[in-house]
Ligand binder design. Structure first.
Ligand SMILES: Nc1ncnc2c1ncn2[C@@H]1O[C@H](COP(=O)(O)OP(=O)(O)O)[C@@H](O)[C@H]1O
Ligand SMILES: [Mg+2]
Length: 357
């Protein structure tokens, strides 16, 4: 196990990068604490795999250093780093049995045969592979092959960290849910640091102690799921985390105060801001319905989607702005009807040029 530190670490696939644009991973300082579960979250092409491959040693960074427990491992080989990595698509020996696929990483490290069979039994039971241990891997379905791949990543209990690069993509949703839980269980039992790459915010939020959000090769924010939800540092994080995404509203500046016409909010503190485009952000979960006759802000219902426990109501404010409310109210909501809308001041976030003030 190890604490993993990225020190001004960045990567450009170009031999002579000319500007920041040329970096798939812009130089970043980041610490992955020992024993935690992490999600590395961002849209496709934002540099997640690049970062993971640098940590495992498959890729040598063009800039900066990588430290394990304070020791510089930037020039160490993959095997010296002692990292297990699982990829998006199965990496297995199709000619070997499931059992040999799982035992092979341990045989290569000269583990005692008894210890190997014990460990293979544990991992195969956890991944529900125990009934097919003696089948040749090539005869299995795509998701069974991926489970073997996952098993190969988890079978060693002496690794510095387990890196999982979107390994659940090919697995069906029900199994995905139970695998995520099992991965967390393994983390609790063994204390092995786990980094799960995903582009799915709900997967990230339900799996990780901490989520690292990336966009265009840059780390946007890292923190506990509730921190990212309550205080997104920029509108991208507000938008990417949470479902539906954060609502953004226009504001008028009146001296040192802000007004939000859509929600009839006046007198919001402006804070100590320079010039720049201002918006306020409010989570759909933080807006409440009230009686239209008793509310300053009235909006018209444009759509209402029932999600079982919650409902997502799309509304149009009097000034034409569109927004969404997530509500547990059981009362009937008719399209075309008018509802009062309110919010607690503590749930209003002010963004300047897209950055939380
Ligand atoms: N081997 C490579 N050579 C050149 N460019 C690459 C290579 N691998 C990835 N890239 C580019 O780097 C960026 C980040 O890619 P990647 O790390 O794979 O993103 P993600 O895993 O988030 O989808 C993308 O623009 C991608 O096209
Ligand atoms: Mg990737």
């Amino acid at each position: 196990m190890a604490e993993i530190t990225l020190k001004n670490l960045g990567h450009s696939y170009f031999p002579q990068p000319k500007s920041e644009e040329d970096y798939a991973l812009k130089p970043v300082n980041l610490v992955w604490e020992d024993g935690k579960t992490y999600a590395l979250l961002g849209p496709s092409g934002c540099g997640k795999t690049t970062m993971l491959n640098i940590i495992s040693g498959l890729l040598h960074p063009s800039d900066g250093q990588l430290l394990f427990d304070g020791r510089d491992v930037t020039n160490k080989t993959t095997s010296e780093r002692n990292i297990a990595q699982v990829f998006q698509f199965p990496v297995i020996y199709t000619t070997k049995s499931v059992r040999r696929n799982l035992s092979f990483p341990l045989e290569c490290r000269d583990w005692d045969p008894k210890k190997i069979s014990g460990r293979v039994a544990e991992v195969s039971e956890m991944l529900e592979l125990d009934d097919i241990l003696d089948m040749p891997a090539r005869r299995l379905s795509a998701d069974q092959k991926q489970l073997i791949s996952l098993g190969r990543g988890l079978v060693r209990d002496d690794v510095s960290a387990v890196l999982l690069d979107e390994p659940l993509t090919v697995i069906d949703p029900q199994m995905k849910f139970s695998l995520r839980r099992k991965l967390r269980e393994i983390n609790r039992q063994t204390g092995t640091t786990m980094i799960l790459v995903t582009h799915d915010q709900s997967e990230a939020m339900s799996f990780a102690d901490e989520v690292v959000v990336m966009k265009d090769g840059r780390v946007q924010q890292s923190g506990r799921p509730e921190q990212l939800f309550e205080r997104p540092e920029n509108t991208f994080v507000g938008y990417f985390i949470g479902s539906p995404p954060i609502n953004l509203f226009n504001v008028d500046v009146k001296g040192d105060r802000l007004n939000c016409p859509a929600l009839a909010l006046t007198d919001l503190p402006r804070g100590d801001l320079g010039p720049g485009a201002l918006q306020i952000g409010i989570r759909p979960d933080h807006l409440n319905f009230s009686d239209p006759s008793e509310s300053n802000a009235v909006a018209m219902v444009e759509a209402c989607e029932n999600l079982g426990i919650d409902r997502i109501v799309s509304l149009r404010a009097a000034n034409g702005e569109l927004f969404k409310v997530k509500s547990r109210l059981r009362q009937k909501i008719d399209v075309g009807s008018k509802l009062g809308v309110s919010v607690a001041h503590k749930d209003v976030l002010v963004f300047q040029d897209g950055v939380l003030t």
